[in-house]
Design a protein around this ligand. Sequence first.
Ligand code: SAT
Ligand code: MN
Length: 586
Amino acid sequence: MTILEKWVEQQAELTKPDKIHWCDGSEEEMRHLIEIGQKKEKINGGPVFFELNHKLWPNCYLHRSHPSDVARTEHLTYVCSPEKEDAGPNNNWMDPDQAKEKLRKLFNGCMKGRTMYVLPFIMGHPDSPYAKACVELTDITYVAVSMGIMTRMGKKALEKIGNSSDFGKGLHSIGDLDPNNRFIMHFPQENLIWSIGSGYGGNALLGKKCFSLRIASYLGLQQGWLAEHMLIIGIETPQGKIHYILAALPSACGKTNLAMLKSTLPGYKVWTLGDDISWINIGKDGRLYAINPEFGFFGVAPGTSMKTNPIMIETLKAGTYYPTLFTNVALNKDTNEPWWEGINEDIPKNLIDWQGRKFVPEQGNAAAHPNSRFTVSIKQCPVLSSEFDNPAGVPISAIIFGGRRTQTVPLISESFDWINGGFSGARMGSETTAAATSKVGVLRRDPMAMLPFCGYNMADYFKHWIEFGKRINNPPKIFSVNWFRKDNGDFLWPGFGENIRVLKWIIDRIENNIGAKETPIGFVPHIKDIDTTGLDIPAENLEKLFEVKKDEWIEEINDIEKFFAQFGKRMPQEIWNELEKLKKSI
Ligand code: SAT
Ligand code: MN
């Protein structure tokens, strides 16, 4: 018996499933699992999957989750390192033994009458030296199918694991779906995740945020690499050169749209490699190389349309052998098509809301849940980069940090160097939107968009970032973007496909084609260097987009200082030095 088989057996002794099914990720298996979800398995009294109109939406299925189980639950998510200090103020913490004792009671017999699906998968290309093998155990087809879409699942993972103990372990059960019995526990030192009581994406698809960010960030700390909440794109210039760029943006800042941006500038084209996570290593040549460990997109449906993200709509309808899942969207009863707010202007006459009830617009609720999602294979993306399967990853020319800020932060600025760039990531903030909380427009610091996803003390993460930079030859330039600056209530920048003009400035800086204007927070563009051909933006608005206002930045610095202070003595001196420098020059 291998170490893996032994581990599976032990988990089965605890959870007591009727059956154990080892998944191979094949087409037949996906079909089979969907059929079980349609006909046998139930969630909240209904089937796990509903078939959608396959003429218009090939191989697409609808899933309705339990109404109390529609988003990640950060307050029930824990990092269980032996020392509380090592989890940091950025994580909930529980002593590992105590956490296991608590959850063992919930896991005990929780799979009675159910099937345990054993999901062996690899995060990254099987031939990549950076890839990691994992196994998740789950008791619901929705998770098994979703993981089949989101990861490279099957035999290769088992081969990679062999008889070693070097693999990520995830035990998941939907439990009784009672929020009081819901926990997502990480044991970074054991490469282990225990998740119970939720079937939702980030809580249940353990390859995603749980493994590829929280556990992987800890592995990166040990092994000298970075697991980041960043998209990866290649930008092709009219000369045919492709620059690879990473970008970290908190949710609701258009990360998925940027990952498949449709350029409005002739000759420029964006190639997609990933929309959420990247693992960054230093290659033999001393440069940074990034891989997307995932194999699919788990994106927010509302707001996705032919206008905002035509390439995603094409991706969703591409119809390969991988199924595409829609979770908690609405349903057009007449056509059996999925529907969500923002997909088009008209509300279908016979619309069923995300909970399966007749939709009554007058009641003022959304038909699709604001956090309704699609799960789709990256292989269906028509602009997938030919380098996606390159085991070595792609060489990185620039890193972008961003956020939603109605004032203070310029459309684009360039950091002075790696540490100054790390500081710009560490002080990142974004204003909340209606989709995320009840309060709109509240500024939240979210360093590198990693605050909920760093599996250890964020102060140590900043230190790791700085040390990592010292090992890179010719580190990539680091930029900050803000598409959302306003003046008198109006957005100053059109955004979406026009953001290519900002990316073009970045490339011109990388290629040393142009100069820039120095400010206390970094370099900003000379107006003449932003290509606004065909845009109708008054020159004074362009000036306003790049303004660094003293009074706004004094307030900003105070807020940053307060945020950093919570990390106490563990905060690296280099970051404090950057803050001091900024203070002086402001
Ligand atoms: O649920 S996920 O973490 O996969 C997506 C998200 O909430 O950002
Ligand atoms: Mn994300």
